[in-house]
Design a protein around this ligand. Structure first.
Ligand code: RIB
Ligand code: CA
Length: 295
């Protein structure tokens, strides 16, 4: 299998990336970056830092700096101005590629055997929508898409909608209505997957830089304000669900719902049958995440 990660790191993206880059069976061939949690220059620099930390020669291709026809709405309140919650990573050991995200996606899909490349989407879907519209023949060669996004029965985290779809509703509609082999992992599943202080100790006991870095990242991902004491559990580990689903689909409860994306990015009843994860086996997922980080 070969996969390309599209990402806006972002604390939970970072955990997903550090896990995925350690799994040879996922065959992560490249990362493409996009504006989302934070601006494109920061998401790209963070992806490069994460590849360097993982000791992986994974090329990073910058993509869209803004949603289709809208202004970016970064989420610095959760991820901080550095996109990593203040967790300092070593500087990258190389620069981003000159080839754009869409050109990278189109080239790799064209070069690889048909139906051999997966897309792991951890961010607003601007790059993927641009691929579908500018290189449809290449896009037709995608094997499957696993995307974190949406809220089916759960309340949204951006009004009625979920951040990845709400940040670029036009892109989300293009991608989710395209008839791709797509599995969506919405808030209905990801909100069941969190970490507590004991789990951070477990990660630190793994003895790997990837695991201890993820412990530091998750530690920065708990709700804590001047007025609100630190929570017992972290915010949901949204994006790690994507590579974990790729390797352990049996830990996710999948349903097919007939949906569409509305103008705000909310998932509403519609004509498009979409596979959605509606539940997870959280204890087993935490165990698989720790194992994959070296535990
Ligand atoms: O709603 C959660 C999603 O939005 C995650 O991908 C998180 O990184 C943010 O991008
Ligand atoms: Ca993300």
């Amino acid at each position: 299998m070969t996969a390309i990660i599209d990402t806006d790191p972002g604390i939970d993206d970072a955990i997903a990336i550090l896990y995925a880059l350690r799994q040879p069976d996922l065959g992560i061939a490249a990362m493409t970056t996009v504006a989302g949690n934070i601006g494109l220059s920061v998401t790209t620099a963070n992806a490069l830092r994460l590849a360097a930390l993982a000791g992986a020669p994974t090329p990073v291709h910058p993509g869209a700096a803004a949603p289709l026809g809208r202004e970016p709405r970064p989420e610095t309140g959760i991820h901080g101005n550095d996109g990593l919650g203040g967790v300092v990573l070593a500087d990258p050991d190389r620069s981003a590629e000159a080839e754009s995200a869409v050109d990278c996606l189109a080239r790799r899909l064209t070069e690889a055997p048909e139906n051999s490349v997966d897309l792991f989407c951890l961010a607003p879907l601007t790059n993927i929508a641009n691929l579908l519209t500018s290189a449809p023949a290449a896009a037709a060669r995608i094997r499957r898409v696993i995307a974190m996004g949406g809220a089916v029965e759960e309340p949204g985290n951006m009004g009625r909608a979920e951040f990845n779809l709400a940040h670029d509703p036009e892109a989300a509609a293009i991608v989710l209505h395209a008839g791709l082999d797509l599995t969506l992992i919405p808030l209905d599943a990801t909100r069941q997957f969190r970490a507590d202080a004991a789990y951070l100790d477990r990660l630190r006991a793994c003895g790997t830089l990837a695991a201890s870095t993820c412990a530091d990242l998750i530690d920065a991902y708990f709700v804590q304000t001047a007025h609100q004491a630190k929570g017992a559990e972290s915010r949901p580990l949204h994006d790690p669900c994507v590579p974990l689903f790729a390797r352990h689909p049996e830990l996710f409860r999948i349903e097919t719902r007939n949906l569409q994306v509305d103008h705000d990015g909310a998932l509403v009843p519609g004509p498009h049958p979409i596979r959605v994860a509606m539940g997870v086996e959280a204890d087993a997922l935490r165990a698989r995440l720790a194992e994959g980080l070296g535990g």
